[in-house]
Write a protein that binds this ligand. Structure first.
Ligand SMILES: Nc1ncnc2c1ncn2[C@@H]1O[C@H](COP(=O)(O)OP(=O)(O)O)[C@@H](O)[C@H]1O
Ligand SMILES: Nc1ccn([C@H]2C[C@H](O)[C@@H](COP(=O)(O)OP(=O)(O)O)O2)c(=O)n1
Length: 253
């Protein structure tokens, strides 16, 4: 079904697939959402999916340190991701999980759960299915999108930032909630980096053909502009008209 949709001022001309990877606190989520919103693309946060399955494991008494138990349970929860960059949404067995997946308990357990091959296989299938079903194009962010999930993506970006900048961004975000000191935050990030980069299956890694962007000294707006320009370049013909036609059939929420 073809429908005419209102789009942002700048529009990626074709159905473009953009993969954005990198460690925590480099700006993947903020950049991906903003780029998708500017260009009228869909958006998928794959980290939220790993957090969602981790939340389900914790709620259902699965010992997350027991890879066998996690593997056995991996197929059980129903995880549904929205792809609207203005309203990112995720449900687990029909319940809104957007807030509980951000707790420290989930953050502390997510690397162990996401290292289990059965979990990765299930999430990777889900992510490919969502990316395939968006007619308009999509920005997908995570750790292994450019290397494993969507190796044929039209554009791959690998975001980096110094450990100090990443820790400062994260502790600013947590202020008043579950705030930890800057040093503790930096150490927690380093532990998660090591676990995510060191796992056997589909580790956090930069694809050979990814553009690396060091965001340490850049504002979010500068990073977004940089990625939008790269999308427009790969899409071939620069800024496009302000309205467009999209095939929305089969899109997830
Ligand atoms: N270039 C930047 N400069 C300063 N702060 C940033 C920048 N990019 C993102 N942030 C902030 O850092 C925090 C973490 O960003 P986020 O997009 O969630 O990173 P990631 O998805 O890589 O973990 C957010 O509060 C965000 O607003
Ligand atoms: N494609 C992905 C995305 C996330 N993960 C895992 C590894 C990460 O530590 C957790 C959480 O990812 P998330 O992007 O939410 O993490 P941050 O927002 O950067 O703290 O999920 C993964 O293994 N593969």
């Amino acid at each position: 079904m073809f429908v005419t949709v209102e789009t942002a001022a700048r529009t990626a001309p074709a159905a473009v697939i953009v993969a954005i990877d990198g460690p925590s606190g480099t700006g993947k989520s903020s950049t991906s959402k903003a780029v998708a919103a500017k260009l009228g693309l869909r958006y998928l946060d794959t980290g939220a999916q790993y957090r969602a399955i981790t939340w389900w494991m914790l709620n259902n008494g699965v010992d997350v340190a027991d890879a066998g138990a996690v593997a056995t349970a991996a197929a059980k929860p129903s995880i549904v991701s929205g792809t609207d960059p203005e309203r990112p949404a995720i449900t687990v067995d029909g319940a809104d999980a957007s807030a509980p997946i951000r707790t420290q308990a989930v953050t502390a357990a997510v690397s162990a759960v996401s290292a289990v091959p059965e979990v990765r296989a299930r999430m990777t299938d889900l992510q490919r299915e969502i990316a395939r079903s968006t007619g308009r194009g999509i920005v997908v962010e995570g750790r292994d999108i450019g290397t494993t999930v969507l190796p044929d993506a039209d554009l791959k970006i690998f975001l980096t930032a110094s450990p100090e900048a990443r820790a400062a961004r994260r502790s600013g975000e947590l202020k008043g909630k579950e705030a930890a000191g800057l040093d503790a935050t930096r150490e927690a990030l380093a532990r998660r980096d090591a676990a995510d980069s060191g796992r056997t299956v589909s580790p956090l890694a930069k694809a050979e053909d990814a553009h690396e962007v060091d965001t340490t000294e850049l504002s979010l707006e500068q990073v977004v502009e940089c990625v939008v320009t790269l999308v427009e370049q790969v899409a071939g013909d620069g800024p496009a008209p302000a309205t467009g036609t999209a095939d929305r059939a089969g899109q997830s929420a």
